[in-house]
Write a protein that binds this ligand. Structure first.
Ligand code: HEM
Length: 412
């Protein structure tokens, strides 16, 4: 049992105006998985759009591998897979050993320690916006907060934050349709060997390697020092392993939370009742935070590759089949989220939304940190009673992987 997709989901232009909800609603309503045939030289793939199927795939890591094949829709060569690999493209037990190096820094209890620093960053950004009477919400608020927070944790000096923002923007550009300039930043590596086929990935590795040298000479209480001092089976991370880890953390900790924070401004305008309810009852802020995260579904999908013949939702799957989990669809699955397009401050937290993944070993490491950052932004917006006199049309990032907003002009 299966069907063929009516729309080419591999094409970033399909996401140009945000999540194509009607397309996914139709796919969810169709029994079995949906097949997207080969397109633009990319082998066909199966789409998982329903919540329960997504949870099944996320939790069965031996049948649905992150280490075999790529975690994005397009395939890459074996040597490229190896050169780019970080824990997100690995299966247990190797994945488990890598994740364990830093997982203690991201527990809900541990991230509470960052609350004061997060509040200071949020406050400074909103002060700037208020002083100017508005501006591009993405540049003034959504970009600087998450990059500032993840850089603080990693141990990246403040003066380099903007450089890293530029690099992560250029990384995401690699998921768009436009080809990138191969020699940008002085890159000498073939683009196919770099994450997102972007020269910015090379520049980030160079940066990480230099910073690691600085920390080897003078260790600090930060994650870079933790990574360079960690030993797995008696061995330290090789230079490339460290650089790939660093890049994953900067990208994952930054681009995702930024996208949800960018959408938050839209929701303030579109769904004022939800924010008014939280204004009156601050105990709603955690649920409202999760509603922002569900509704924005910052990461649109991740892919797995089938390692043994199996069946999902009545569709037979073969070894090597690509299975794409659309978080942005599962989060609106009417079977699990009643009235899914309603934006509610009091949506029940069970079942949990799938924006951080459907459970399993790769479940978002930074979920507690992202929640804290977004909750602090909501709190401060409510404290200031911030409201927009006008809000411009959002310019979406051209990508079928990240639900980002490039530009959103607001006037206070
Ligand atoms: C709204 C914000 C965020 C969203 C929507 C999000 C989403 C996701 C998703 C969907 C995954 C893959 C889950 C899976 O495959 O099962 C993931 C993994 C990951 N996330 Fe997040 N994320 C966010 C914020 C963050 C932050 C702030 C960090 C900071 C450290 C972070 C670090 C990571 C890492 C390191 C992984 C890979 C985990 C692994 O492979 O074990 N994320 N995230």
């Amino acid at each position: 049992m299966s069907s063929t997709a009516a729309v080419n989901l591999h094409n970033p232009a399909v996401f140009q105006a945000g999540i194509p909800h009607e397309v996914f609603a139709e796919m969810r309503a169709t029994p079995g998985l949906t097949w997207s045939p080969e397109h633009d030289g990319t082998r066909g793939f199966w789409s998982v759009t329903r919540y329960d199927d997504l949870v099944t795939v996320s939790r069965d890591m031996s049948t649905y591998s992150s280490g075999v094949g790529h975690i994005q829709i397009y395939d890459i060569d074996e040597d490229a897979l190896e050169a780019r690999a970080s824990m997100i493209d690995m299966d247990p037990p190797v994945h488990t050993r890598l994740r364990r190096i830093i997982s203690s820094a991201f527990t809900p209890r541990h991230v509470k320690k960052y609350k004061g620093a997060i509040q200071a960053r949020v406050g400074a950004c909103l002060d700037e916006l208020e002083a100017a009477g508005g501006g591009n919400w993405v540049d003034v608020v959504a970009k600087p907060i998450p990059i500032g927070v993840i850089c603080d944790l990693m141990g990246v000096p403040e003066q380099d934050h903007n450089y890293l923002i530029g690099l992560t923007d250029h990384l995401v550009a690699g998921t768009g349709a436009e080809p990138l300039e191969p020699t940008a930043y002085g890159n000498t590596t073939e683009l196919r060997l770099l994450p997102f086929n972007s020269p910015a990935a090379w520049a980030m590795s160079q940066y990480a390697t230099e910073l690691a040298d600085v920390r080897r000479a003078a260790p600090e209480d930060d994650l870079i020092t933790k990574l360079i001092e960690a030993e797995i089976d008696g061995e330290r991370l090789a230079t490339e392993e460290f650089a790939n880890f660093f890049r994953l953390m900067i990208f994952a900790g930054n681009e995702t939370t930024r996208s949800s924070m960018a959408h938050l401004a839209l929701y303030l305008e579109q769904f004022p009742d939800a924010f008014a309810a939280a204004q009156l009852d601050r105990s709603l802020i955690p649920a409202l935070t999760d509603e922002v995260i569900r509704y924005s579904s910052a990461i649109l999908y991740f892919r797995r590759t089938v390692t043994a013949p199996t069946e999902l939702s009545g569709t037979a799957l073969d070894v090597g089949d690509k299975v794409v989990m659309w978080y942005c669809s599962a989060n609106f699955d009417e079977a699990y989220f009643p009235d899914p397009y309603a934006f509610r401050a009091d949506r029940p937290t069970a079942p949990p939304h799938a924006a951080f993944g459907g459970g399993g070993a790769h479940f978002c490491l930074g979920a507690s940190l992202a929640r804290l950052e977004i909750a602090e932004l909501i709190s401060d917006v409510l404290n200031r009673d911030l409201s927009f006199a006008s809000i411009g049309q959002p310019e979406f990032v051209e990508s079928n992987f990240v639900n980002g907003i490039e530009h959103l002009e607001v006037t206070l």
